[in-house]
Design a protein around this ligand. Structure first.
Ligand code: GTP
Ligand code: MG
Length: 195
């Protein structure tokens, strides 16, 4: 699958602000700074559709991007950012939980993890949560340019084991910097949208 047109449709912090439930949505979840917004830019082929930053906590709202007037990519705020206060981080959690648990047109959540590290406790919790709602199945291992080809299989196995992935779950190494892996991910998403 290829993406033609993409645009920011809605920015929301609560359900009343979500766009209509008229199109399937694929959301990106993962810790702050893992590369969710960069992945959106990579998939859409637009350098600065979503704002990217080296400072964690860049995306603080639920951002709905309309793709080819047919489906949406939803860029979620990251979790696990230590520098925000407990109350702010609880607010984000609630905002995400509301979206993930109550959105009928949410088709799948792509879980992002950094290819260099074992998934964190929060990554594991997030994936368990997705499993609970039947939204699991696609894991993107970001920043693939940061490790060697040799290390790749070892890191993917570490991710599979830590998140307790099943055979059906896919792990896709992606580099937004080198622009690799996006075709595999887009084909997986394409399959879901066709079903
Ligand atoms: P929050 O909005 O805070 O949740 O972060 P995010 O997950 O949206 O991360 P973002 O896309 O803003 O990227 C965070 C940092 O990682 C930026 O400095 C990016 O340039 C960098 N980055 C993202 N993807 C890659 C990648 O594939 N390779 C490398 N080397 N750096 C990347
Ligand atoms: Mg972001």
């Amino acid at each position: 699958m290829k993406i033609g047109k993409s645009e920011l449709e809605t920015v929301a912090v609560k359900p009343g602000q979500y766009p209509p439930e008229d199109m399937y949505e694929i959301a990106f979840a993962g810790r702050s700074n893992v590369g969710k917004s960069s992945l959106l830019n990579l998939l859409t082929g637009r350098k600065s559709l979503a704002r990217v930053s080296g400072n964690p906590g860049k995306t603080r709202t639920i951002n709905f991007y309309r793709i080819d007037d047919a489906w949406r990519i939803v860029d979620l705020p990251g979790y696990g950012y230590a520098k925000v206060s407990k109350s702010v981080s609880a607010g984000w959690g609630e905002m995400m939980e509301k979206y993930l648990s109550s959105r009928p047109n949410l088709l799948k959540v792509v879980q992002l993890v950094d290819i260099r590290h074992a998934p964190s406790k929060q990554d594991v919790e997030m994936y368990d949560y997705l499993r609970h709602y039947g939204l699991q199945g696609i894991v993107v291992a970001t920043k693939a340019d940061k490790i060697s080809r040799n290390q790749m299989q070892k890191q993917i196995k570490l991710i599979r084991d830590t998140l307790k992935l099943s055979r059906e779950d896919v792990v896709i190494p992606v580099s937004s910097l080198k622009r690799t892996g996006q075709d595999v991910l887009l084909d997986e998403i394409g399959k879901l949208l066709e079903e």
